[in-house]
Design a protein around this ligand. Structure first.
Ligand code: AMP
Length: 284
């Protein structure tokens, strides 16, 4: 496994793979790798000839006051996990490599899709994401890139960016990997105390309850969201950022379940802002 820290050798390595006729899969991450990340690497392994992973905690997607400085860093075990997962290339640049001038003037902004959900309370977050992903796509011009549905809004935003900017990389979304009790895996789960970890099950429980009610014919989204709020509130002290049911493609909030939708939530429990979502179809 090659581990590269600078841009030109990384771009050359990807080009070299492609000149050999290999289909290159890319998995962008911020490290602190867990089974969710590994599921993306496995998806890449299954459908591509070579797999590249980026590990970079991107400062421009954190708002002031967020956890940039304390974001978990586990580089040694991340590299070991990549090696075990038969990754061919890891790109792990420093902030100075990615943002050398500290005076960069360009941001990629996807309008509309970034305004609601996490965009409403994390100003600049998605511009940071799309900018760094566009930079990574230029440095690592893979054939396919793999993203998790865990960050559903991010997946939709990146799809739109690639479409609008004619970036010749196919985007593949991968299902959410969960703990046995339903909690979606996240690098930030490490911040939870034992009690908070137990309480955090309430997110997936609320989502799956709502999913069942929709299957049983409940269609009014206000009623469904009220039910989910109650599940979260009953589980212990938590601060609900949002709980909403949106059109699965446009992310516009729905008042009735009349098309394919995504139930999305962000809830703060202790020091941790947790996000989760499930897909729901209109029952037959
Ligand atoms: P991050 O390191 O948190 O930026 O995540 C890197 C990639 O892994 C993103 O595409 C995430 O959506 C994806 N990911 C994170 N957690 C999970 C999970 N539990 N299941 C599936 N994909 C995930």
């Amino acid at each position: 496994m090659e581990v590269l820290h600078t841009i030109d050798p990384c771009r050359m390595a990807i080009h070299h793979m492609q000149r050999e006729g290999k289909r290159v899969g890319l998995v962008p991450t911020m490290g602190a790798l867990h089974e969710g990340h590994l599921s993306l690497i496995r998806a890449a392994r299954e459908t591509c000839d070579t797999v590249a992973v980026s590990i970079f905690v991107n400062p421009t997607q954190f708002s002031p006051g967020e956890d940039y400085a304390s974001y978990p860093k586990t580089m040694e075990s991340d590299l070991e996990a990549c090696r075990s997962a038969l990754v061919d290339l890891v790109f792990t640049p420093t902030v100075d490599v990615m943002y050398p001038s500290k005076d960069d003037k360009t941001r990629v902004h996807v309008a509309g899709l970034t305004e609601g959900l996490c965009g409403a309370n994390r100003p600049g977050h998605f511009d940071g994401v799309t900018t760094v992903v566009a930079k990574l796509f230029n440095i690592m011009p893979a054939d396919v890139a793999f993203f998790g549905e865990k960050d559903y809004q991010q997946l939709m935003v990146i799809n739109k960016m690639v479409d609008d900017l004619n970036i010749p990389i196919k985007i593949v979304g991968c299902p959410i990997v969960r703990e046995k009790d339903g909690l979606a895996l996240s690098s930030r789960n490490a911040y939870l105390s034992q009690d908070e970890r137990r309480q955090a099950r309430c997110l997936s429980r609320a989502l799956f309850d709502a999913q069942k009610q929709i299957e049983a014919g409940v269609s009014d989204t206000a009623t469904l969201c009220e039910g989910m709020r109650k599940v979260i509130d009953d589980a212990g002290p938590a601060e609900i950022d949002y709980i909403t049911i949106v059109d699965a493609a446009s992310l516009v909030p729905l008042s009735r379940m009349d098309r394919p939708a995504r139930i999305c939530m962000a809830v703060r429990i202790g020091p941790c802002r947790l996000i989760d979502n499930v897909g729901v179809d209109v029952p037959a």
